[in-house]
Design a protein around this ligand. Sequence first.
Ligand SMILES: [Zn+2]
Length: 77
Amino acid sequence: MKCALCGGQLEKKTVEEEVLWGKNRVVVKVPAEACKNCHERYYAGGVVDKLIDLRDQLEKKKVKLHEVGKVFEASGF
Ligand SMILES: [Zn+2]
């Protein structure tokens, strides 16, 4: 398979995708193919559904999360 945008070579890899959950971001690793040239990502079938499903599961608090960082808001500088 080649990149639909630029015709570049695709490379199978695991990428980190962010799912927004309220003001939080949940990082999830998913399999994808990324273009070596323009870095466009192509997800395997079902991955997009999984990400949507994940957000659903987050709402229901069915997912175990571990903290990897915090998001802060800065003011007064
Ligand atoms: Zn490309």
